[in-house]
Design a protein around this ligand. Structure first.
Ligand code: SF4
Length: 384
């Protein structure tokens, strides 16, 4: 933090919630899940939007939210839906554990609470997929409870308002406490949304527009010219790299072999192109083929599919083969892959395999046999 010889400058005022609420009344964002001024928000829409907005931006969520509420207008309708339908509609939003929890939560609201969301934070937190932030946001926005919903936007506003110089994430408990101290008894729901809007539109990560801020004279970071430096970030650890090999197996009729992942864990319940486990060591071709879902004349496709998960980066080599066996398992026509709940990574694998097969004729070439030598030359391990 920069300071003068006599220490950091103090702001002139203390943050007044009424000033922020007055700003919100003039500048609130129109969002598909927001109730118009003076109308009671629908807890179902508040909950659905908050789950979708975890890890995803407002513009990206908009069309998904509209589709969901059109298809499942209330929590009972969503609880009665099949998980496959929900995963299908969720495609592209990522973090699929949220979609599975969405379904579990809808069922829990119907079974435990007769289809009405509870208003207390403790009862909301007991629902699947509802953590501390989401419970506070639903309690505040849907039920006007005086709760502080502290997401990344709000953390940034509070860190600047009070010039909290401790780095994230260690500063989080302090920021939550400071945020809780700002929440007014009246209009707590509007206040929660006003904080989010201020962080999204005015107190932005870069170049905050302090001249437009209702709390400018109360802001310690603005008084000291350090807004853009806050909140402080600890250096990010590098994401480790993992390797795998995907198996693109086609039948003579063009159908592709898929499989469903286990319900729990990464991409749980999603449909995928079969692959080896993903691990820290690259796979040798022969070793990978030994883990293939069916015996066939496997041939490596050129190139690599890369994908970033939250905690690691993945590099998938793709090997292809044709089989004359009808074969058990989940077979899909290549043109109908979009009907399955394929995660983004697997869509990349499919695109890669289809274009590589089309340009190099690998899928068909493999049918006529590729020599172990040529396989070795283009195998996953050798290419690196
Ligand atoms: Fe953020 Fe600037 Fe407002 Fe402070 S004055 S809260 S830094 S926008």
């Amino acid at each position: 933090m920069s300071s003068t010889r006599s220490g950091p400058r103090l702001p002139h005022d203390i943050p007044d919630p009424a000033l922020l609420l007055a700003w919100y009344d003039r500048h609130r964002r129109e969002l598909p899940w927001r109730a118009p001024p003076g109308r009671r928000p629908d807890p179902y829409r508040v909950w659905l939007s908050e789950i979708m907005l975890q890890q995803t931006t407002v513009p990206a969520v908009g069309p998904y939210f509209e589709r969901f509420v059109q298809r499942w207008p209330d929590v009972a309708a969503l609880a009665a839906a099949s998980l496959d339908d929900i995963l299908q509609q969720w495609q592209g939003l990522g973090y699929y554990a949220r979609a599975r929890n969405l379904h579990r939560c809808a069922r829990a609201v119907v079974e435990r609470h007769g289809g009405a969301f509870p208003s207390a934070v403790a009862a909301l937190r007991a629902l699947p997929g509802v953590g501390g932030y989401t419970a506070a946001a639903i309690a505040a926005i849907a039920f006007d409870q005086p709760e502080a919903a502290v997401d990344g936007n709000v953390e940034r506003v509070v860190a600047r308002l009070y010039a909290v110089a401790a780095p994230m994430p260690a500063a989080k408990p302090r920021l939550r406490m400071l945020a809780a101290g700002l929440v007014p008894e009246q209009r707590a729901g509007d206040f929660a949304q006003a904080m989010m809007d201020l962080g999204a539109a005015v107190c932005t990560p870069r170049r905050p527009r302090c001249v437009l801020c209702p709390w400018r004279t109360a802001c310690a970071a603005a008084a000291n010219g350090i807004a853009e430096d806050l909140p402080m970030r600890a250096a990010k650890p590098q994401r480790p790299l993992r390797y795998g090999v995907a198996f693109w197996l086609t039948r003579a009729d063009g159908a592709v072999l898929l499989r469903r992942r286990p319900e729990t864990g990464l991409l749980g319940g999603m449909v995928e192109v079969p692959s080896t486990p993903w691990r820290a060591e690259p796979w040798a071709f022969a070793e990978a083929v030994a883990a293939a879902p069916a015996p066939a004349r496997w041939s490596p496709l050129p190139g690599i599919v890369r994908h970033g998960f939250t905690h690691f980066q993945l590099e998938l080599a793709v090997v292809a083969a044709q089989t004359t066996e009808a074969g058990e398992g989940l077979w899909s026509a290549a043109g109908e892959l979009g009907r399955h709940a394929l995660p983004t990574l697997m869509k990349k694998v499919a695109r890669h395999a289809l274009s590589a097969s089309a340009t190099a004729g690998h899928a068909t070439a493999s049918n006529s046999g590729s020599s172990p030598a040529s396989a070795s030359r283009t195998g996953a391990k050798e290419r690196r």
